[in-house]
Write a protein that binds this ligand. Sequence first.
Ligand code: AMP
Ligand code: ZN
Length: 468
Amino acid sequence: MKLYNTLTRRKEEFVPLEEGKVKMYVCGPTVYNLIHIGNARPMIVFDTVRRYFEYKGYDVNFVSNFTDVDDKIIKKAIEEGVSAEVISKRYIDECKKDMADMNVKPATKHPLATEEICGMVEMIADLIEKGHAYEKNGTVYFRTRSFKDYGKLSHKNLDDLQSGGRSLLVTGEDEKEDSLDFVLWKPKKEGEPAWESPWCEGRPGWHIECSVMSKKYLGSQIDIHAGGEDLVFPHHENEIAQSEAANGKEFAKYWMHNAFLNIDNRKMAKSLGNFRTVREIGEEYDLQVLRFFMLSAHYRSPLNFSADLMEASKNGLERILTAVANLKHLLRAASSESMTEEEKNAFLKTEEFVKAYEAAMEDDFNTADAVASIFDLVKYANTTANAESSKEYLQGLYDLIVNLSDVLGLIVEKEEEILAEDIEALIEERQAARKEKNFKRADEIRDELLEKGIVLEDTREGVKWKKV
Ligand code: AMP
Ligand code: ZN
């Protein structure tokens, strides 16, 4: 399996640190608002990466944080006259709802920055002890030039950064030894959340949280660290500096970054005011359509959001849903059980589509080509499955399409609504079958209903049913 590593700027063969396991950390959102569909891009992309590793049999430990202490959260809390915690809790809950609606699996662990302050204080103290950080008037800075590999991820040169950095000095940070140094801990301001530390009552800088949470939940070396491409510099560069200076080991082997989701060819961002929330899109479309749209481009290519592309995605997804529904319909009416020799041969051909799908995914997660392979399979199913097909053949095609779609996180089985009157009719048929001692048919009916989430209970007053 090959993936593009931002660190080496090459596609590399994936070799896990520990056989059969993937340790993966994805930088999560800052929670002060509903997430927009730009934020949804890394969620969907890296959830798909995770699902593919799982499909290949890897045990994936997937950690993704919520940044719940930040200037923007504090600002919003002041505006609403509530505590920062009220704001962050609210938007973590909302974010989790959106993730579920986009069929993004919950992480193995979603740590919160505010619950990991102790670990951050420890790592900062360790960095001071090792000479990589220093304190000035309560603020602790990372001594950037003390880490010789600084710039290796973003491929930036320290001297170029230095000349750019001088003019960017923030007021109050002129006490820094060097303009390249960045904040690890800062003193509290009036009305801000704060924690005790050896330096002052205050709060951590943004970068240190990921170094600490990644180490705590995944160990000091991980396989993959990921996020949007705006995080390469300074966030991920600073994470590397902190983690490698503290742990004395390479932090992450592979660094993966998704390109931006744009609108009118500009990055979608809260600060630009050109964003659409996942919630808004969800009012117009099933969020499976949004997921399909995101996966229709390679994750390292910019993707421009437009109503036309969303419509095309809706139609594309519908093609798969229709094929799956047709197979289900044929399955119900199919009379023969096992595949004929001819069908066995026909089924062998589906291997080609699976191979093409896997080859696409293993070439740096080319989901656009993987979707194309599912379309090929759908076309093949539409042309070869018919009323004469055996159950085994139809089920084989059905399972293939559903499973390959599921690896992309696409749900392609439509929930079937069964009407109460149909349930009653089936119950009557079952009673009649039982009277005739046709227990096979009676059991079939019970199983058929169970598949649709209907459970039958034989009571003294007759048969009752309930939905589970
Ligand atoms: P933030 O809440 O801004 O820290 O962003 C959370 C995640 O969303 C990060 O991985 C960002 O890189 C990513 N992100 C934000 N805006 C976009 C966008 N327009 N396109 C793609 N990714 C984005
Ligand atoms: Zn991070």
